[in-house]
Each structure stands twice: as structure tokens, then as C-alpha cells.
Write a protein that binds this ligand. Sequence first.
Ligand code: GLN
Length: 280
Amino acid sequence: MNITSAIISGSKILRNKFIPSHQLDSEILMAKTIKKDRNYILLNSESVLNKNDLNYFFRLIEQRSLGSPVAYLTNKKFFWNSEFFVTNDTLIPRPDTELIIENVLNSTKQKNKINILDIGIGSGCILLSILKERKNFYGTGIDISKKCINISKINAVKLKVSSRLKLYKSDVDKFNLGKYDLVVSNPPYIKTFDLKYLERDVAEFEPRLALNGGLDGLSEIRKVIKKTSELIKKNGKFILEIGFDQKNRVIELLNRKGFYINSTQKDFANNDRCIISTKI
Ligand code: GLN
């Protein structure tokens, strides 16, 4: 079987399982199988695959057909300007989260040597993207998951920012180190009850720890705001990702902890997704 016919039959299997991006996913999984990029596939569509590659490819297609996200099957996800190593221990970086990076870059144009804290660093996508853009910024990342800390470490080496990064495995409540000019966070903010209504690829495959915001969806956000108010410098900026229906309640929580709201921003689906505030 050649590359094209394998991709077509992989795509059909996925289409029959109602995977909307069946063609693209089949191509990406082929690229993973033969360790080449998608351009190579298009240019070498007639090349005949060996038996091992074919078996491996259809095993990937089967896992995808059962819902496993492409990013976990390839261990890769592109975010902002870089490719991140991801496993099923980390949340898959989302395009909506790039809003945080845009805001950080906009609000730190004149800044030099500032210290940034990322609460719940996960794969490292937020903090490491910022450090890669701004060569004289320093970062600290914390996460309750040791595996996420290790994955962030791997990504920091990939992006060549490790010399400006410190990582700690810690519960948000227990972390008390340093003072920061800027704090960023994309905390778990889905209500426990709603987790089962997320898309299957998310609900069954992404880490609950990265999604579950407790009964009202705000339990981790409350902790993150409290901790930020303790560790942020006066006039420091706090850039926080939130759930689509949490804007007003989060603004109230921020105000109560002494933050002034600079702006809120919408994501690609026009949902409120990001709050920019300043500690006063
Ligand atoms: N900071 C990481 C991200 O934005 C992880 C966030 C999380 O696991 N809730 O992808």
C-alpha cells in the first residue's frame, strides 16, 4: 500500500467514527509513522510503505478513532512560536491561551529583567513562550504535578530558556517564594459537574487535574487570586484565563483582593476568556 491509499483508508476509518478532522488527522499520523513532515507526504504520495509502518499507522488510527487526541499520539503541539512536547499528563495547549501571551507582550514593551510567575505551568506553553520572546525576562513556574514540572523542563531545554527558569512542584497554597512583577495563570476552571459534558477527546483523555475547578468552577481560581495577591509586587500585572461565564464573579474576587481591572478579552469564539488586572 502506498502513502496516499493508506491516508485515504485511515481517513475513512476516522470519518466513520465521526472525527471531523479525519483527513488532516490521518495525514499527521502518517507523518508521525514515517517520521517526516506533511510536505514530504504530499511529494512522495506514491511511495510504498513497509509492513511495520503500515501496522503502526493503523494502530495510531485506531487510537484516534477511540478519541485519543492527535497531540497525545504525536507528543507534539504547536503553540505561539514553538512546538511543545506534550503527554497525557499535561493539558494540550489551546490557541485561546495565546491571548495571555499577546497581553503580556503588549503590557511589557518597555520592561527589562522582570520576574514572572506562572501558576499551574503544565506543558510550559505560557511561560516558556514569553521567555523565548523576551530574552531578559526571568520565569518561575509551579505545578502540583511532578510530571508537568518534568515536561516543562524538557520544553525549556527545547526552547533554550532553561537558564532563566525556575520550576517548583508545589500546591498553589503552599508556595511562598519570591515577589513577582507579573503573574500569569490558566487554572482549572470547569465545574466538576460539567466535566462529563466536555467533548469526548477532552473528557476522556485530558488530565482532570488540569480541568476540574470544583463545584462552582472557581475553587482553583480563588486560590490563584489569593496567592497572586500575596506574591505580586505593587503595580504588578496579573493576566488570568477564565471560563466563558466567569467574568463577573472573577472581577469581584479580584476587586476584593485589591486588583484594578484593566480589561477583559474575548477568545476566537467570542467568549470572555482573559482578564488583565493590576495590583494596587
Ligand atoms: N499552563 C498550561 C496551559 O495553559 C496548563 C494549564 C492547566 O493545566 N490548567 O496549557
